[in-house]
Design a protein around this ligand. Structure first.
Ligand code: GDP
Length: 698
């Protein structure tokens, strides 16, 4: 049986970081110190426990988000159960991070002590803010050349939040990183050896006393803010005791008032035990977070909330489907209320399927532990669910609820793939559908004109990984085409349009007629349909057919056949014929109405704009910026970071194919870049014309 832990001592955390900041190493050391693993494996030796997929190991990149359970006893002698949801580090996989964020209660953001806040940490931080996820920061790599805790802190203040407060200070840095001062206990922990095995507590070194005082005062003043009694005593010279300080930090962190910042060197095993203490002491349990919200199936108006209690009916969210080479399909889920014994049945309210729960397993990287029952707040995986995908709600069949699902951005890039042989062709379909099931930002469709299979994802790297997995895991060999940008179309003015589908010569006729108003919406708002038919101008039974027609028309714009977005369609009038009207006639009328309306509404083509960061030595900057400008980039800022320059720019994705190769050649291999989707924007007229006439046409 798994160890029973009070719900208040459970933590569901994610470790969030920019690629290479040290997330894998931090996770590893956590496994090491929590006693599940006895040997410290280095990432570059390919032994990282969390990187269990073959190509992840090769690339040293963590892609899937697996959940791992560990136990840690905190300084107040309380045993804590920590479920770590492994979040990926690469830009192209922001969707995976988002999915993980949705089911986390809190997170640890790992920063590179040299590089500070990098673009993805910024994006993820703002997403965490959106989901109101309490965070603590860990400034890693304090041993590395160029590490500077205070510069890192400044970049956190500047780019993420003013509310980041150190609760530790480093003693020395780079090769001279000797230890860590705890600002609460005011004790200095010195590491006596290179690999952080022996610790000695000493007095705070004289040269750091001032700094300790400054940061400690700032911290205390912040956390007692709002508590008049404590503030009064504090002003009289009486400080809260240690346990009160911890409580206050915990409260402030959970309320999002502060982000406590720690430091260390994961590689050298320094600071990890304190990080585990902080996770236990300051991050929320499932009881501290808001009760989950959902609604009754079939009735979105009827809201239901479930609090984190085993007494409530069972409700859980499936957040990850993984294909495991040994046990088959694994469905990871987070339980929000109630409990679930193995062998019972659950209702998938998203698909309206009842499914039998075979085995329930909890994961420790690639090791599984079978459990008989899973309860509120926990994270585990079910083996053998057939009809469940990412984002589905699983619940007690007697108390149906649909939890708010996870939303993902649409893919921005596509390539055509073609099986190499006949046997590849047979396997390709099934393999791709498995991958689609696992990854909600990966899509597949067949091009109606060419018959080609088109796969779409969040970036070149994302699709590269997919093709790699097809070959490696599913043994399907494919040829791939040129990457294509996923353009979209939209309108810029409001218009009224009429769609008619009327044929009434001889026999039974056709009669559909609808009046539509088309209005542009803000970027990213998608599509909205409003039905304003009053007084039976069109009988109610035809409205769904009109909606279907509009949906169909929205899949293909009038300029170059790309999907229409960011548009509101109001159905405000129309007419019908007693005998000749039919669903199909109204559907056709709606399609015609949309086509006519969009033509009149000054249509535009939208292209994905990427946020890019380029880091390179100063002497190459002229060339880097010149090259970016020739790619229609808007340079947003250039900064100095240590020995190098950093450029932030917004650039159309269509101009960025093969960029890494160019960058390498103009910087003699010393430049680096990272890129992620930012927003869709209208293309300039000359490019629009090229897309309409030219090779880019869908
Ligand atoms: P991830 O991409 O965020 O998972 O980062 P990894 O854990 O794979 O680390 C990236 C690189 O940084 C690896 O070569 C690590 O050995 C190295 N690294 C991680 N932590 C530290 C640290 O504390 N100090 C130093 N010097 N290097 C580190």
């Amino acid at each position: 049986m798994p160890e029973k832990i009070n719900l208040e001592m459970l933590r569901n955390i994610g470790i969030i970081a920019h690629i290479d900041a040290g997330k894998t190493t931090v996770s590893e050391r956590i496994l090491y110190y929590t006693g599940r693993k006895h040997k410290v494996g280095e990432v570059h030796e390919g032994q990282a426990e969390m990187d269990w997929m073959e190509q992840e190991r090769e690339r040293g990149v963590t892609i899937t988000s697996a959940a791992t359970t560990v136990f840690w006893t905190n300084p107040e002698d309380k045993k804590t159960k920590i479920n770590i949801i492994d979040t990926p580090g690469h830009i192209d996989f922001t969707a995976e991070v988002q999915r993980a964020l949705r089911i986390l209660d809190s997170g640890v953001v790992v920063f590179d002590g040299v590089a500070g806040v990098e673009p993805q940490s910024e994006t993820v931080y703002h997403q965490a803010e959106k989901y109101q996820i309490p965070l603590i920061g860990f400034v890693n790599k304090m041993d590395r050349m160029g590490a500077d805790f205070y510069a890192d802190l400044e970049s956190i203040h500047e780019r993420l939040t003013k509310d980041a407060y150190p609760i530790q200070l480093p003693i020395g840095s780079e090769a001279n990183f000797q230890g860590i001062i705890d600002l609460l206990t005011q004790k200095a922990h010195f590491y006596l050896d290179e690999m952080g095995q022996e610790i000695e507590m000493r007095e705070i070194p004289d040269n750091l006393k001032e700094k300790v005082k400054k940061y400690r005062t700032q911290l205390i003043e912040k956390i007692i803010e709002g508590d008049d009694e404590l503030m009064h005593k504090y002003l009289e010279g009486e400080e809260p005791d240690l346990s009160t300080l911890r409580k206050l930090i915990r409260q402030a962190t959970i309320q999002g008032k502060i982000v406590p910042v720690l430091c260390g060197s994961a590689l050298k095993n320094k600071g990890i035990q304190f990080l585990l203490d902080a996770i236990s002491l300051y991050l929320p349990s499932p009881l501290d977070v808001r009760p989950v919200e959902g609604f009754e199936p079939g009735n979105e108006e009827k809201k239901i909330t479930r609090s984190a209690s085993p007494e409530e009916p069972f409700a859980a969210l499936a957040f990850k489907i993984a294909t495991d080479p040994y046990v088959g399909k694994l469905c990871y889920f987070r339980v929000y209320s109630g409990s679930l014994p193995s062998g019972s049945y659950v209702l998938n309210t998203t698909t309206n399927n009842k499914e039998r729960v075979g085995r329930i397993v909890q994961m420790h990287a690639n090791q599984r532990k079978e459990i008989n029952e899973i309860s509120t707040g926990e994270i585990a995986a079910i083996v053998g669910l057939k009809n469940t995908s990412t984002g589905d709600t699983l619940c007690d069949p007697k108390a149906p609820i649909i939890l708010e699902s996870i939303t993902f951005p649409d893919p921005v890039i596509s390539i055509a793939i073609e099986p190499k042989t006949k046997s590849d062709q047979e396997k390709m379909g099934i393999s791709i559908s498995k991958l689609v099931e696992e990854d909600p930002t990966f899509q597949v469709r067949t091009d109606e004109e060419t018959g080609q299979t088109i796969i779409s994802g969040m970036g070149e790297f994302h699709l590269e990984i997919i093709v790699d997995r097809l070959q490696r895991e599913f043994k399907v060999n494919v040829n791939i085409g040129q990457p294509q940008v996923s353009y979209k179309e939209s309108i810029t003015t409001s218009v009224k349009a009429e769609g008619k589908y009327i044929h009434q010569s001889g026999g039974r006729g056709q009669y559909g007629h609808c009046c539509l108003e088309l209005e542009p919406l803000e970027r990213g708002e998608g599509f909205e349909f409003v039905d304003k038919i009053k007084g039976g101008a069109i009988p109610r039974e035809f409205i769904p057919a009109i909606k279907k027609g509009i949906d169909q028309a929205m899949t293909e714009g009038v300029l170059a056949g790309y999907p229409l977005v960011d548009m509101k369609v109001t159905l405000y009038d129309g007419s019908f014929h007693e005998v000749d009207s039919s669903e199909s006639a109204f559907k056709m009328a709606a399609i015609r109405g949309i086509k006519e309306g969009v033509q009149k509404a000054s249509p535009i083509i939208l292209e994905p704009i990427m946020k890019i960061e380029v880091v390179a030595p100063e002497k190459f900057m002229g060339d880097v910026i010149g090259d970016l400008s020739s790619r229609r980039s808007q340079i947003q800022e250039t900064k100095t970071r240590g020995q190098v320059k950093v450029v932030h720019a917004l650039t159309p994705l269509s101009e960025m194919f093969g960029y890494t190769t160019t960058l390498r050649s103009i910087t003699e291999g010393r430049g680096n870049s990272s890129m992620e989707f930012d927003h869709y924007a209208p293309v300039p007229t000359n490019i629009k014309n090229k897309i309409i006439d030219g090779e880019n046409k869908k």
